[in-house]
Design a protein around this ligand. Structure first.
Ligand code: SF4
Ligand code: SF4
Length: 442
């Protein structure tokens, strides 16, 4: 018997206890300080109590290597089978232009093509997806730029798009800055809307200092009115707060605002935090950005001081929240990046891309759906084949089944190769998560 290569073992933040989890076997335990010490002694090659050793074998923290390899193979095949049945998210970009000039916009380096979406392109898009993804469960997410620009022409284009989505029986999500939601509400009623993602980066001036109109102008109040109206008529809202060091201190206030508004108790409301990060080009202000772990360390401390934040947003801390809420671990994550598997992106120029991180970047185009269909098979295959088994670093990493290899686009920006690593601080996140969810709740 050997110590499983999928064990993740460490001390819990703010506690003398330890945790051990194994995503392959599905075991997870909190160890007392004495047990933690014993496990450390075992790892140092010392003899330990027989009972404790038996316990480790029973829970599959100690395994027969060949048996473990078989289990890995079988769970990997299950993962692939399940993914083949999963719903596909199809992004469509009707324009890259935007009425906002956010301080951190990664699309500011794009030079939008001097053309507009036409009904011919929209028709070609629906023909392509209905043929290419025939028989697959799928839904459409309209993305930008800003898709809900308040002009008669844009409304006409979005109306046509929504009618086509209805004909294809597709539910639709929008990713919008939310400024013109009120002007679009009537139009959105014709569609089967699954969700509208709107961004608020804080309350009032905190938001307005980051997300303002081109040429200047506050946006907070108008977006809030739009969110209120969506929730009132039952259009699901997913509120996203993009966080960096400039607005993190506004998180407690943002949470309180959402609570006072009654949003957090509304069945049509959910929220997420997005980490502002260097997506496409080094942001000139990168010192204001959090690393993944420093963001969660800061949120952990804020929640201790302002527990009401949890009513607005519950951090995942890798698989900790899942384990706490479900009493069991999630299935092993052999691949965290859905690009070209269950996610694709398309734009109004007729180009096909892997996902929202690559859409609009000329050198990332994977082909075209208009004016004719073309595919760059080699590039597509690289995306399709990316998972933790396609990188030797991931395959030998004990975090692999919680990390899933991270984001293919971040990995490619770093190394030039899609099949490379975007490491997640899984152990450190679990240390925080066990502290936040298990120790603080006894
Ligand atoms: S490349 Fe990154 S952003 Fe794109 S689907 Fe994969 S994980 Fe998501
Ligand atoms: S990306 Fe890094 S942390 Fe994640 S599985 Fe691969 S090697 Fe491990």
């Amino acid at each position: 018997m050997v110590y499983s290569k999928h064990n993740i073992f460490s001390r819990i933040t703010g506690s003398d206890n330890f945790f051990i989890v194994n995503l392959l076997s599905g075991s997870a335990d909190i160890l007392s300080p004495a047990e933690g010490k014993m496990l450390k002694a075992y790892l140092d090659g010392k003899n330990i109590e027989e009972d404790f050793l038996e316990n480790l074998k029973e829970k599959a923290y100690l395994v027969d290597e060949k048996e473990e390899a078989k289990l890995y193979q079988s769970k990997y095949l299950d993962f692939i089978d399940t993914r083949d049945e999963d719903e596909v998210q199809l992004f469509f970009v009707p324009n890259y232009t935007c009425n906002f000039a956010c301080t951190y916009c990664y699309q500011d380096e794009y030079a939008p093509a001097r053309q507009e979406l036409t009904t011919a392109v929209t028709d070609a898009f629906f023909n392509y997806i209905n043929h290419e993804f025939a028989g697959r469960k799928k839904y459409l997410t309209v993305f930008g730029g800003e898709p809900l620009l308040n002009s008669p022409k844009q409304k006409e284009l979005i109306t046509y798009l929504l009618k086509q989505a209805n004909e294809s029986n597709l539910e639709v999500c929008f990713v919008t800055n939310g400024y013109s939601l009120l002007e679009y509400i009537e139009l959105l009623k014709i569609a089967n809307i699954r969700e509208i993602q709107v961004t608020l980066d804080g309350v009032g001036k905190v938001h307005d200092a980051r997300r303002f109109l081109k040429g200047g102008g506050a946006t907070f109040e108008k977006i809030v009115k739009g969110i209120d109206e969506c929730l009132r008529i039952g259009l699901p809202v997913n509120l996203r707060m993009v966080i960096d060091k400039e607005n993190i201190d506004g998180l407690p206030e943002m949470a309180q605002f959402a609570i006072d508004k009654g949003w957090t108790k509304n069945e049509f409301f959910k929220s997420q935090l997005g980490r502002n990060y260097e997506l496409h080009h080094c942001q000139s202000t990168s010192e204001k950005l959090f690393s993944r772990i420093s963001l969660y360390e800061t949120i952990y401390k804020q929640v201790q001081q302002h527990p009401h934040i949890l009513e607005f947003y519950k951090p995942a801390y890798s698989v900790s929240k899942f384990l706490f809420e479900n009493g069991s671990l999630p299935d092993p994550l052999f691949d965290a990046c859905p690009a070209c598997k269950t996610e694709w992106a398309f734009d109004y120029t007729g180009q096909i891309f892997s996902c929202t991180a690559t859409v609009g970047k000329a050198d990332e185009s994977l082909g075209t759906f208009y004016p004719e269909i073309s595919r760059k098979d080699e590039m597509i295959a690289a995306w399709e084949n990316r998972d933790v088994t396609s990188s030797s670093e991931c395959f030998s990493c004990s975090m692999q089944l919680a990390c899933g290899g991270g984001c293919g686009s971040v990995a490619k920006n770093r190394t030039g190769n899609v099949c490379s690593t975007d490491c997640r601080p899984v152990k450190e996140l679990l240390e925080l998560g066990f502290g936040a969810y298990f120790e603080s709740n006894n």
